[in-house]
Ligand binder design. Structure first.
Ligand code: AMP
Length: 225
C-alpha cells in the first residue's frame, strides 16, 4: 500500500553529513549541540527501513473531515517514541549545517515537528496560526486548501529582514497552506530557503506551488494509498 520513502527531489541538496564541509559560526554551534544530544536507541534498521517503520505508523481515516477525504492521521506516529525519533532524526540530519535563522511551523501539527526540530538545530521557532489565536499585532493571508478556505496569521515582529527560514508542516496536500505561510514570511522581508513535510500526497502536486524553493518530504503517498 505504501511506496518506498523518498527524501528528495531533483534540485535538492546532496545528502547531509559526509559530503559537507565542516560547518562554521552559527551552524557549528548547532552541530556541536547535536553531538551532545544522546543518540537514539539503535534499531538495527537501515535508514530506508527506519522511515518505512515510521511510515507504517501513519493511519488512514476515510471521509474525515469531509466525505471523500482520506485523512492521514499522524497521532499513532507521535505516540510511538521510536517512530517520532526517526522522523526528528531524519529532519535533523537533512538540515544540520544549513544556515536556518528560524523554523516557521504551521498550526497545529507543524508545531510538533517544528518545535522539536528547532530545539535540535539550535534555532528559533515561530508559529503561524489560524486567525484570532496570536495575541500581538499580526500579518494575515487568505488561501484555499484541499477541503475549504482559510486564513493564516503570524506576529508582525517574528522575523528579521533577510532571515533564512525553513517552513515545516506535517503534510503537503495542495500546497496552499505552505504557500500562504511563505507569503507571510516574505511579507517580513525574510527568505524561505526550504520547506519540510513529514507526509506528501504526491497526486495533489502541492510541491509545484512551492517552486523554486527545495522541498523535503519524508514519506510520499499516491492516490488511495
Ligand atoms: P494543503 O494546503 O492542501 O497543502 O493542506 C495542508 C494542510 O492541511 C496541512 O496543515 C495538513 O495538516 C492538512 N491536510 C490537508 N489534507 C490532509 C489530509 N488528507 N490528511 C491530513 N491532513 C491534511
Amino acid at each position: 500500500m505504501t511506496k518506498a520513502p523518498q527524501t528528495k527531489r531533483a534540485a535538492r541538496k546532496p545528502t547531509p553529513s559526509a559530503s559537507k564541509p565542516t560547518p562554521r559560526g552559527r551552524t557549528a554551534r548547532a552541530a556541536s549541540n547535536t553531538k551532545s544530544t544522546p543518540p537514539p536507541k539503535p534499531t538495527g534498521l537501515t535508514n530506508g527501513e527506519r522511515l518505512k517503520y515510521a511510515q507504517s505508523l501513519v493511519r488512514n481515516i476515510p471521509d474525515f473531515p469531509k466525505k471523500g477525504i482520506l485523512f492521514k492521521d499522524i497521532t499513532p506516529l507521535l505516540a510511538d517514541p521510536k517512530g517520532f525519533a526517526i522522523v526528528i532524526d531524519s529532519l535533523t540530519e537533512h538540515f544540520i549545517g544549513d544556515q536556518i535563522d528560524a523554523i516557521v511551523g504551521i498550526e497545529s501539527r507543524g508545531f510538533v515537528f517544528g518545535g522539536a526540530l528547532a530545539a535540535r538545530l539550535n534555532t528559533s521557532f515561530v508559529p503561524v496560526r489560524k486567525p484570532g489565536k496570536l495575541p500581538a499585532a499580526v500579518d494575515r493571508v487568505a488561501y484555499s486548501l484541499e477541503y475549504g478556505k482559510a486564513e493564516l496569521e503570524m506576529h508582525k515582529d517574528s522575523l528579521r529582514e533577510g532571515a533564512k527560514v525553513l517552513i515545516i508542516d506535517d503534510l503537503l496536500a495542495t500546497g496552499g497552506t505552505a504557500a500562504a505561510a511563505a507569503e507571510l514570511v516574505r511579507k517580513q522581508g525574510a527568505y524561505v530557503t526550504a520547506f519540510a513535510f513529514v507526509v506528501e500526497l504526491t497526486f495533489l502536486d502541492g510541491a509545484d506551488k512551492l517552486v523554486p524553493v527545495p522541498v523535503l518530504s519524508l514519506m510520499r503517498f499516491g492516490a488511495g494509498e
